[in-house]
Ligand binder design. Sequence first.
Ligand code: 3HC
Length: 399
Amino acid sequence: MSDQLKSGLYAFDLVQKRAKRPAGAPDKQLARKVTKVGVVGAGLMAGQLALLFARRLDVPVVMTDLDQERLDKGVAYVHGEVDKLLGKGRVSQDKANRLKGLVTGSLTKDAFADADFVIEAVFEKMEIKQQVFAEVEAVVSPEAVLATNTSSLSVTEMASRLQHPERVVGFHFFNPVAVLPLLEIIRGEKTDDAALATAFATAKQLKKTAVLCKDAPAFVVNRLLTLFMGEVLAAVEEGTEPEVADRAVSPLGLPMSPLMLLQLVGPAVALHVSETLHEAFPERFAVSPQLAEVVKAGKTQIFAPDFSIDPEVKALLSGGTNPSEESAILDRALRALAREVRVMLDEGVVAEPADIDLCLITGAGWPFHTGGITPYLDRSGVSEAVNGRPFHEGALKAL
Ligand code: 3HC
């Protein structure tokens, strides 16, 4: 019974049991049927969502965007992904034809009139999202659920100008959508049980792991990943070689290094999330000036094709003359996580430490042998050192 095995058993229990009975979900009977889905936007995220909804719900999915070119590109992306599934033998020729028929594009939102679930995946700006929801509300029925895939904005505020704010829920996916099971479901101040139950029922049909989160800045995974990445970026800014800082957290066995994850998420999105968090918690979240420079320079790739760090990005990220040892960087990143998880639990962002771990395992691929993160923080003594107590009082030891 090593610590790793205990954590593995704990993690297995989370994904097999806790994931199936989400803490805080309302009565399933309240869920409304979803027979047609609208996706606002036809970008990369919107395309991934359209494909998932069509594939799992087997209902028509209509995407909208501002111009024909973007719309065509979005629909073509979905068709291309269907062909890839066909090529891998994941769907039959019949199913592939059917999926392509189910996903269509429209330049106007009138096409949403008979949709009962509309999700937006447009630019991360509050006014834009509010405007989009107002336009959708003008054409859909009063019961249609309006879902947002926002990565950090307030769901309550997004709903605040609508006639029916009770129908708005946060429905936050993780990249790559086809691979990562997590869906953070966010209840806004006015969200009613019927809308929330519909969101949970839809998540189940999508075969996703739904975790109920409070409407707090950046919810769970982005809050922790941003914090974690922030410590690595800070070490680089202080003078550590980017390669050294990126390697420092490798003992955790994460599926991707922090800088690789930054590239996957996109520097602009990562910067935006950090700005939201800084605004909410300035004493704990910084906005990296160097990351802002990378975004300003229009850089989207951190790594060159040979996996070396792009020299221009390296120059933009690097700064001071005070490099840190790898072990010190890992330590500061873990301490920051322990502190933040405790704050999140005290704020009631999720019900229990188990939900934080379930989110990190299913939303960011954190490994079973760390149990997500809280069992690792406990056994490495970090929880005790930072918070004066572990997250699991003897529960894992009892396994
Ligand atoms: N789209 C679709 N499928 C993909 C994919 C993509 N972009 N990338 C990988 N896959 C599939 C592969 O096809 C493969 O499927 P197969 O087994 O059916 O062939 C499977 O995923 C595994 O891929 P690989 O073997 O190539 O790669 P890895 O095992 O190294 O896994 C990874 C790749 C899943 C991306 C893994 O590295 C990972 O989980 N990384 C962490 C990602 C993460 O933390 N995401 C969260 C970011 S935060 C976010 O999205 C929120 C937003 O608001 C910012």
